[in-house]
Design a protein around this ligand. Structure first.
Ligand SMILES: NC(=O)c1ccc[n+]([C@@H]2O[C@H](COP(=O)([O-])OP(=O)(O)OC[C@H]3O[C@@H](n4cnc5c(N)ncnc54)[C@H](O)[C@@H]3O)[C@@H](O)[C@H]2O)c1
Ligand SMILES: [Zn+2]
Length: 395
């Protein structure tokens, strides 16, 4: 077997009720004193902020909470979080929320530690060293940001979502408590859940390590498919197949909520080692140009990219079909994903999102330029024209 590496957060605590031990985990393991919590008003009103701040204060920690996060965070929001954090002077940053808040927390810790502008860190491995200890507590099930080395924000001037990727952005501690997702609205649960599926499918069908290393581009945080990432991806796919529809359609189904919380984290562990590929590259320009969430954009594009990759990943896609309880063929897998997408209300056509045909060529150019994602894709698009054809199919 070819040697491979596997990375995650330093500590991962999973399970219903685990947030109650947050204070002792943070005080005992990280040995910090002043904690800056990054979250949003919706979660504060829903009582979830108290469920985090309470245990932290009970453990004797000084806590300041900032609730200015917004979905798909613009860079300006991160700058505001950093200004508030500087006044408090924390030695630890806790993110509470969906991927948007967790990413805002990661970028806050990054700028507090190293200064500069967000754009200094966009791309792969541009963070110069460790950041303030980061703790991530997800309230949605799917993004995997709580275990990943990525932090995404919207570059409002360029109208594109961009990502800072660095091993230093992996949290020191992730606490994944499904009970925090119990009141997650159906649309948010559907979008994040289909994102988890996209992470797992992209990781499971990623190019192999040897193939990856032979491609131009140098070292990256992603390494291509490996056996441990496959294990995590397969289980994430099975869990999404079993629980996503239940979690979205029956919000009180706590078994489904817990299953999806685990699926999101497993998908995060898989993709953050193997990599994500063409679906994510194609979603970034769409998400920057029209109002669609990351998960919904990915879910829309996923079956089209599976079709694009089918010729070089027939076996893996067949396995995915079986994991989803469908026929073990390419068509079985694609139909299962399409059915799941429809069952939870993910849009199926780009034209329904306000995308116009005139936008597609520039989307294709932008996606093609995201080399770190392109090179993970099993079928390497040779030109923007090939990607344009996938956008046209999805239009
Ligand atoms: N860093 C990574 O590795 C990574 C991976 C995938 C996605 N992302 C990013 O994550 C973002 C999407 O995150 P998301 O799908 O988790 O949604 P989100 O964080 O954008 O949240 C969407 C909305 O749901 C609300 N919400 C969240 N949890 C709730 C709860 N339990 N109860 C009630 N309301 C709740 C939030 O207040 C917010 O208004 C995108 O910006 C995407 O690019 C990052
Ligand atoms: Zn994603």
């Amino acid at each position: 077997m070819q040697p491979f590496q596997f990375h995650g957060p330093a500590s991962l605590v999973v399970g219903r009720g685990s947030v109650e031990s947050l204070g002792t985990l943070v005080a005992g393991r990280l040995r910090v004193r002043r904690v800056f919590v990054v979250s949003d008003e919706t979660l504060a009103s829903a009582g979830l902020l108290d469920r985090v701040v309470g245990p932290l204060r009970a453990a004797g920690l000084e806590v300041a909470a900032w609730t200015g996060c917004v979905p798909e965070p613009p860079g300006e929001v991160v700058v505001a979080a950093v200004a508030a954090a500087r006044e408090f002077g924390p030695d630890c940053v806790v993110g509470l929320g969906g991927g948007s808040n967790l990413d805002t927390a990661k970028l806050t810790a990054l700028l507090l530690t190293h200064g500069g502008e967000l754009s200094d860190y966009v791309g792969d491995s541009r963070v110069p060293g460790p950041v303030l200890p980061l703790v991530c507590v997800p309230t949605t099930a799917g993004t995997g940001s709580e275990v990943s080395p990525a932090a995404v924000y919207t570059d409002t001037a360029r109208k594109i979502k961009v990502s800072c990727l660095s091993p230093f952005l992996r949290p020191a501690l992730a606490v994944v408590d499904g009970s925090l997702t119990d009141r997650c609205p159906a649309k948010v649960a559907a979008d994040a859940g289909i994102d988890a599926l996209t992470h797992a499918v992209e990781a499971y069908t990623a190019c192999g390590q040897a193939e990856f290393q032979a491609r131009p581009g140098g070292a990256t945080v992603y390494q291509g498919k490996n056996p441990l990432a496959d294990l995590m991806a397969s289980e994430a796919i099975r869990l999404v197949g079993r629980y996503l529809t239940r979690a979205v359609l029956t919000p009180s189904d706590t078994e489904a909520r817990d299953g999806m919380a685990l699926a999101g984290t497993l998908g995060g562990l898989a993709f953050s080692n193997a990599g994500v590929a063409l679906v994510h590259a194609m979603e970034y320009p769409v998400g920057g140009a029209v109002h669609v969430s990351h998960g919904a954009g990915n879910g829309l594009l996923l079956p089209f990219v599976m079709r694009f990759n089918a010729g070089v990943r027939a076996a893996a896609l067949g396995e995915i079909g079986a994991m989803l309880g469908a026929e073990a063929t390419v068509d079985g897998a694609i139909h299962a994903v399409e059915e799941l997408r429809t069952a939870v209300g993910i849009p199926t056509r780009l034209r329904d999102l306000g995308v116009t045909p005139a936008m597609l060529p520039s989307f294709a150019d932008k996606a093609f330029a995201i080399g770190r994602l392109m090179r993970v894709n099993p079928r390497l698009p040779a030109s923007p024209a090939e990607i344009l054809a996938v956008y046209e199919a999805a239009y």
